[in-house]
Design a protein around this ligand. Structure first.
Ligand SMILES: [Zn+2]
Length: 497
């Protein structure tokens, strides 16, 4: 244990952080990697198993073509080159959640190699190199019962569920990312965010971090500033939220700086991230590749995707998040910050659909990021989950532009739609919400307000125009907010001139 403590800012005055990420993604194929078992999440334990994924003697794996196609898609989206020939390998290790005592993975012949993903942090673009993308099978899940922490230490017994065993799992490994300084934690988070969005746009995974279909291991090392040498890295395992990715890098920078300041050395090991404290604790010392005794999997033929197939997959790629970002920023004249807040607020899709439905980009943003974001926040749901469609919002926006509604009435219409009272037009009709634009109706209310406030009226007549606010306010109240205040003011001044 270290006795000194070093703040984050202090650490960065002496050390250069380098990080890297290994991300595991469960593919959303209907069936498992090497058998026909279903991959549905949340089934009864051990209800989605067969001799192949239980590793029973004599069973033989058969490759899932869709999983290969999805992996190639991911590789192409990450600007990788696709191997024209590669093999699976056996990675030998014994864990109860791996019933074959080996995992079918890829070793020195990954399907996709050498790409990159550009991420944006505070308007600055950082290119994160991709070392490799390979395909393997997921393990089962151990459940330790009776301990306080859910870990094996202190548990009375353990149960194992093999439903997850054999689900196709893609591992995406970055190259080390140097040179980001104090932004390292944010860049790490931005990378995982961007990667998640890419995977989602490809439709290859549901990328739910909370359900474990996207899991990250975060490597961090420090080297003395300007030394040019790289420090020893630690690997923080299974960091399961975007926020935790950022915190894990942050806390490892502080911890390693304290170790180095004391003259100690950082040990190459895996570490566990603790959600509550935001700190990491030591796990096991890191295995080397040779410990796994990899060898080519003899039960599977090599994978040799032909160029025409890879080209067809390339042509079928959807618009990727970076391209969409550039397109929307240009088309809607957005700042980076406006785009980020829309993306982080989960509002991009609904705002775009509202624009397609006829609203101006400014109006679509205004309603979704303002009033509706507040409603979503109040009820603890994503803005896109609110019971209102982009077409409804576009209609409300059109009614405002046409002068039928003012902003206050528009908010009432949104209320009605959210409460299930029908379309915006139905709500306007049922609640009688249209702006009173008929001057004669307004003049009647104005005359009443003038009679009720004779002293104020006198002041306005004698030239104190500012006093007219009292009368305008009375008229707006009398018409239950349905009068256009600017028009009322004009009419009041005319009346009292
Ligand atoms: Zn199976």
């Amino acid at each position: 244990m270290t006795t000194v403590s070093v703040t984050y800012e202090e650490a960065l005055t002496r050390y250069e952080p380098v990080f890297g990420l290994e991300t595991h993604v469960e593919l959303g194929t209907r069936t498992k990697m090497f058998c026909g078992c279903l991959t549905t999440f949340g089934g009864e334990p051990n209800s989605q198993v067969c001799p192949v994924c239980l590793g029973l003697p004599g069973s033989l794996p058969v490759m899932n073509r869709i999983a290969i196609e999805y992996t190639i898609k991911i590789g192409l989206a990450l600007n990788c080159s696709i191997a024209s020939w590669c093999r699976f390998a056996r990675k030998n290790y014994f864990y109860p959640d791996m019933p074959k005592n080996f995992q079918i993975s890829q070793y020195d012949e990954p399907l996709c190699l050498d790409g990159y993903l550009d991420v944006s942090v505070n308007g600055q673009t950082v290119r994160v190199g991709i070392e490799r993308v390979h395909l393997e099978e997921d393990t089962g899940k151990s459940l330790h019962i009776g301990g306080a922490t859910g870990r094996i230490q202190g548990a009375e017994y353990s149960l194992v569920d093999y439903n997850r065993a054999g689900i196709p799992l893609v591992e995406i490994v970055t190259k080390p990312v140097p040179g980001t300084g104090s932004l390292a934690p944010e860049v790490a988070r931005a990378y995982v965010t961007e990667l998640r969005d890419v995977l989602r746009s490809l439709g290859v995974s549901d990328v739910r971090m909370e359900e474990g279909s996207l899991r990250c291991d975060v490597n961090t090392s420090l080297s003395p500033l300007g030394s040019g040498a790289w420090g020893t890295r630690t690997e923080t395992k299974n960091v399961n939220s975007l926020r935790s990715v950022e915190r894990a890098v942050h806390s490892e920078i502080e911890r390693q700086a304290a170790v180095l300041d004391e003259g100690g050395r950082v040990i190459q090991e895996t570490r566990h991230f603790h959600e509550e404290s935001g700190e990491t604790t030591s796990g096991r010392s890191k295995e080397e590749a040779q410990d796994y005794r990899y060898f080519p999997e003899p039960d599977l033929v090599p994978v040799a995707p032909d160029a025409a197939w890879v080209d067809a997959i390339r042509t079928s790629l959807p618009e990727l998040p970076s391209a969409r970002r550039a397109r929307l920023i240009a088309a809607w004249s957005l700042s980076d910050l406006e785009f980020e807040s829309m993306r982080n607020g989960g509002a991009l899709d609904v705002v775009e659909a509202t624009v397609v439905a006829g609203a101006s980009p400014r109006d679509a943003q205004k309603w979704w990021m303002g009033e509706l974001a507040r409603r979503a926040n109040d009820s603890g749901v994503e803005v896109s989950a609110l019971p209102i469609t982009p077409a409804d919002v576009a209609r409300v926006s059109a009614l405002v532009s046409a002068g039928t509604l003012n902003d206050r009435l528009a908010r009432e219409v949104l209320d009605g739609v959210l409460a299930g009272e029908g379309t915006p037009d139905q709500v306007v009709e049922k609640r009688g919400l249209a702006v009173v634009s008929d001057d004669s109706a307004l003049l009647a209310a104005i005359d009443e307000a003038i009679t009720a406030n004779p002293e104020v009226a006198e002041k306005v007549r004698s030239g104190k125009v500012a006093a007219s606010g009292v009368i305008v306010g009375a008229v707006v109240r009398a018409t239950r907010g349905q009068a256009d205040a600017a028009r009322v003011r004009e009419l009041v001044l005319e009346r009292l001139s």
